[in-house]
Write a new protein. Structure first.
Length: 130
């Protein structure tokens, strides 16, 4: 089993709606949906982008949303974000939570030195840079 960094939408798993949480469509999430097994400076399977679904309805909505984004041509490349059945969720250690807020200088250095800000702007426009 590998550890994956992920964003968990609020609420109980069965009450969340995939159509309201599309990581590739929201630059605030800060992912590169075209990257395979990496996110910016971080490399490895645990850094792949993925949507974890609960139930067939969420799976279907995620697949439809991904297909619509691919058809839109907004992103230049193949979307690598995987759509995977959710398993157990283990929150990261507290020092990882809201790292960018707790350590703004360190995060800013990381964000610019590894090219994260530049890549997000390339993918999502100026809003991706924030």
């Amino acid at each position: 089993m590998t550890r994956r960094d992920l964003l968990r939408a609020g609420g109980e798993p069965r009450q969340r709606h995939v159509e309201r949480h599309r990581p590739w469509a929201d630059a605030e999430v800060g992912v590169d949906p075209l990257a395979v097994d990496r996110q910016f400076c971080d490399r490895g399977d645990q850094y792949r982008s993925a949507i974890f679904y609960h139930g067939e309805e969420q799976r279907r909505l995620a697949e439809e949303s991904k297909a619509a984004l691919e058809r839109s041509g907004k992103l230049k490349g193949t979307i690598a974000t995987q759509i995977v059945a959710a398993g157990p969720f283990y929150p990261a250690e507290e020092y990882h939570q809201d790292y960018y807020r707790k350590n703004p200088q360190r995060y800013k250095f990381y964000k610019w030195s590894c090219g994260r800000a530049q890549r997000l702007e390339e993918l999502w426009g100026k809003q991706g840079r924030e």
